[in-house]
Structures are given as C-alpha cells and as structure tokens.
Design a protein around this ligand. Structure first.
Ligand SMILES: [Zn+2]
Length: 96
C-alpha cells in the first residue's frame, strides 16, 4: 500500500510528520494541528508547491528553529567555559 509522508511546520518551527495512505495531491490537507503546541501547521515545499496562504513562513520558522538550537548549543559552550575557569581558579592555591 503506497503511503504519503508529509511534514507540517507550525509557526514555532515544530515538525509534525503525518502519514497518509496515497491521496490525490489536491486532497492532502494544507494545514494540520501541530502535535506539540496545537497551532495550525503548514506544509513544506520539499516535494509539493507551497500553499500560497503560507508563503515562505514554514521555511522561515524552520530556520528560526535551527538558529534557536544553535544558540542553545553556544550557551552550553559558554557555561562550560565558565565552569572550566572556576575549576582552574579553585585549583590554584594562593589565588582568589
Ligand atoms: Zn508547534
């Protein structure tokens, strides 16, 4: 049985993968409720034309999501460096 796997992206950048049994393209829903936050999510442009109502919004929020994750990683890196400096300071006698 052929299946159709479609990802929907909400404005928060959450991906909602939905698997349909094979449907004509014009019967695929243009929106789906986000599984994480319940907002309306739109389709991506991977293999289907973007619905005009959404413009490039899902793509932008995906980028935002990637940026968000990167800044979290940088934050962890900074924290790690700060802890490292603290350890060095403590390990050095006679210096406060
Ligand atoms: Zn969401």
């Amino acid at each position: 049985m052929p299946r159709l796997r479609i990802s929907y992206w909400c404005t928060q950048g959450h991906e909602t993968p939905v698997v349909f049994s094979l449907l004509p393209v014009d019967q695929i829903p243009e929106q789906w409720d986000c599984v994480r936050c319940g907002r309306a999510a739109g389709r991506t442009a991977n293999d289907l034309p973007l619905p005009t109502a959404f413009g490039d919004q899902p793509f932008k929020s995906h980028l935002d999501y990637v940026k968000e994750r990167r800044s979290v990683a940088e934050g962890e890196q900074l924290l790690e460096e700060a802890l490292e400096r603290l350890r060095h300071r403590r390990g050095r006698p006679g210096r406060r």
